[in-house]
Design a protein around this ligand. Structure first.
Ligand code: ADP
Ligand code: MG
Length: 691
């Protein structure tokens, strides 16, 4: 039977129904899946040390046959697994303290690679940090070791070891690679200086020397970025073509009045963003812009300029926020800024009485109200706009695609401005938001008070509580945040609840509230409101504290188990304080090891959200970045956005060029590309559609 990309792996020699089931567990069903099941790391066995040359105090890699093994109990009841390895130069003992289970894995006769330090213990002894069985007792032992000495290590699963995977792939690699078609247009491949697909797959699965996999990885990385950029470029193309926007004129009436009445100078970043927005809104293309900036960089004022530009052109502008508290807060802030201009914003939220809502909707529909702020209540059917010219969406990732679209559809073809307080690295922004234009606010107005960040340990607890008490006595308020992760949700929630009780005792007579993700949204919001109004001094919370809520009196952010948070998340939390005039404090109560304490200290020294996001991306990859998952995050398997900036740029340019000539990928030569994208992104197009 001729092999095809969609041939089930079960039909490969050496894979029966049982093993096929195990493969299925790691997402491998077909030959194509198997080809793309690439090693997650490599062991460099090109630098194997002959056993005779093992030197105490050095790290080395040895390869030898297992000649004997045993489990040695010690007095401290720690069981040590030992095995003796032999190569053509000598023998050496290996010892694995506390890993008696290896007795079931490592067997006499096997060819084994071990890597680790050589110690002195009744002679020389290796204490492996890792070990790989290269061949079974029966195998003649050439196999991997003859082929260049770089050993690929595959993601494995129970009942399917990386060695078995390596053997299956090794046996069929050449045959499988033969059926692969390179569907990347050749001119694109040449321009980005990429290797052909077959070479890439061979290089990744069977590198000839250390590092030889890299050109292969880059090729596969480009492919996945290219697919993504094609989807994004298409969304952008559709959005631009769909409907012309209204064309506003610069009238310098309300906007100038606002500028003159502001109690502060705009930052250079704010001015630039306003210039971008003005250019968008006065051109005949619709604006699709993302305004990205850390908490406190002043996004609201920038949005307000855009809103007034619409209003002075005789249209309405709407600002939607994810919760009632936030909407009310924005309503108040915007109201204050607009007061000198004699404009009162309309605030529409669900908790208003039916009568009030009817009256407000009436004023919106008749055009009496031109500046509107609100929650999801805005997108309900009963809400009609008189002439909606601009839609601003705060914390845009908190809304689903449908919700954003529903608001946008309230107008003919309104301009769209999305706000995000989650700074992300540029490579990621170009990837995730490739269909949007982006403005960035980095600079923070000086008026904001400083947040001092400190790392403390369990032994400092009494002092930390005393500090919180003191701050409360001075009229301050404190957040105490607990991480709650799905895997241990019950235990984590209990810890947060217990802590609320402990704090109630320790801080009496101060009042302590608790909010967590298991509470109903309205209960959460009610507690949050009590904290904002100063009825609660301390709020114990899991990470559900609203982004953007202003509690000027909150001067302490105490974070338990900070090592369990990503840096970007910690930064978001830190942004909850420092919103008033008083100096604020972020205290990280570290429970981890030295290394994690160091990471936290580095974080404590950095205030720039973009730098932190870069670091977070390097540490944890795209999937964990705050806010990214909700916005339709997907996994990039080969591309590393922390280091592949050039590939992101190249794939974006190439994709835009392709889409410009063939927006639907309908040309015959683009057929395979289109098919691959449809396989990969079932909901791809919708994911990126913003209006
Ligand atoms: P965010 O970007 O977090 O939404 P806001 O728009 O809520 O920030 O602004 C935070 C605070 O800073 C507000 O009180 C706002 O009035 C104030 N602010 C905004 N721009 C400036 C500026 N250029 N100088 C001083 N204060 C400013
Ligand atoms: Mg804001």
């Amino acid at each position: 039977m001729a092999l095809r990309l969609d041939t089930p792996v079960q039909f490969l020699k050496g894979v029966g129904p049982r093993r096929a089931e195990a493969f299925e567990r790691i997402g491998v069903r077909t030959v194509e899946d198997l080809l793309y099941h690439t090693p997650h790391r490599y062991l460099d066995a090109t630098t194997v040390t002959p056993i005779a040359r093992a030197t105490v105090g050095e790290e080395a890699i040895f390869v030898g046959r297992v000649v004997s093994k045993a489990i040695m109990p010690t007095r401290k009841r720690l069981r040590i697994f030992r095995a003796v390895l032999k190569d053509s130069t000598g023998v050496i003992e290996c010892a694995w303290p506390g890993q008696a289970f290896l007795d079931r894995v490592i067997k006499p006769g096997q060819l084994v690679l071990v890597a680790g330090p050589v110690k002195h213990y009744h002679g020389r002894q290796v204490v492996p940090r890792e070990q790989i069985v290269l061949a079974e007792a029966g195998d003649n032992g050439s196999g991997d070791m003859d082929r260049g000495m770089v050993v690929p290590v595959y993601p494995a699963t129970e009942g399917l070891s990386h060695r078995q995977i390596r053997r299956v792939i090794g046996e069929h690699l050449v045959e499988m690679v033969q059926v692969v078609q390179d569907i990347l247009p050749p001119e694109v491949r040449t321009a980005a200086r990429l290797v052909p697909l077959r070479n890439a797959l061979l290089a990744v699965h069977r590198p000839e020397s250390p590092g030889a996999w890299e050109p292969g990885r880059r090729r596969l990385a480009f492919d996945e970025l290219f697919d993504l950029q094609l989807v994004v470029a298409r969304a952008r193309h559709l959005a631009k073509r769909a409907k012309k926007g209204m064309q506003f004129a610069v009238k310098r009436e309300l906007t100038t009045a606002l500028k003159e009445s502001l109690p502060f100078e705009l930052t250079a970043d704010q001015k630039q963003a306003i210039r971008h927005i003005t250019a968008d809104m006065t051109s005949d293309n619709r604006m699709h812009r993302l305004l990205m900036g850390d908490v406190g960089t002043g996004k609201t004022v920038v949005a307000l300029f855009a809103m007034l530009l619409a209003v002075e052109n005789d249209a309405q502008a709407v600002f939607m926020a994810p919760t009632e508290l936030l909407s009310e807060q924005h309503g108040r802030a915007i109201g204050e800024l607009l007061a000198p201009l004699g404009i009162v914003p309309e605030v529409l939220v669900g908790r208003l009485s039916q009568g009030e809502k009817v009256a407000i909707r009436e004023r919106i529909a008749s055009g009496v109200s031109r500046v509107v702020v609100g929650t999801h209540a805005l997108i309900q059917e009963q809400t009609d706009f008189w002439k909606l010219g601009l839609v601003v969406i705060d914390e845009q990732h908190r809304f689903g695609v449908e919700q954003r679209a529903a608001l946008i559809e309230k107008g003919e073809a309104p301009e769209v401005l999305l706000l995000s307080a989650t700074p992300i690295p540029r490579t990621l922004a170009l990837t995730l938001y490739g269909d949007l234009d982006i403005s960035t606010l980095r600079e923070k107005p000086r008026s904001r008070s400083l947040v001092r960040t400190g790392v403390r340990f369990d032994r400092d607890r009494p002092a930390v509580y005393a500090f919180v008490k003191e701050q409360c006595a001075k009229g301050g308020q404190a957040y105490v945040v607990y991480p709650v992760i799905e895997e241990s949700e019950k235990v984590d929630l209990k810890a947060a609840t217990t802590m609320a009780d402990v704090l109630r005792q320790r801080l009496a007579p101060r009042s302590v509230g608790l909010i967590h993700g298991r509470m109903r949204a309205d209960e959460r919001e009610a507690t949050m409101r009590r904290f904002r109004d100063g009825e609660l001094n301390v709020l114990v919370a899991t990470t559900v504290i609203e982004v953007g809520i202003d509690v000027p009196n909150a001067t302490v952010m105490l974070i338990e188990h900070p090592e369990r948070f990503g840096l970007a998340q910690l930064h978001q939390l830190r942004g909850r304080v420092g919103r008033g005039a008083e100096e604020s404090h972020c205290i990280l109560l570290a429970g981890g090891n030295q290394q994690s304490a160091q990471r936290l200290r580095r974080f404590a020294r950095t205030a720039d959200g973009f730098k932190i996001a870069d670091q977070d991306l390097k540490e944890r990859g795209i999937g964990e970045l705050a806010g990214v998952r909700q916005s339709g995050g997907y996994n990039l398997r080969f591309a590393n956005l922390a280091t592949d900036g050039d590939l992101v740029a190249a794939s974006r340019t190439a994709a835009r060029a392709v889409i410009e000539h063939d927006p639907n990928l309908g040309a015959p030569e683009h057929g395979p590309l289109r098919a691959r994208i449809e396989r990969r992104y079932e909901r791809g197009i919708e994911l990126f559609r913003v209006g």
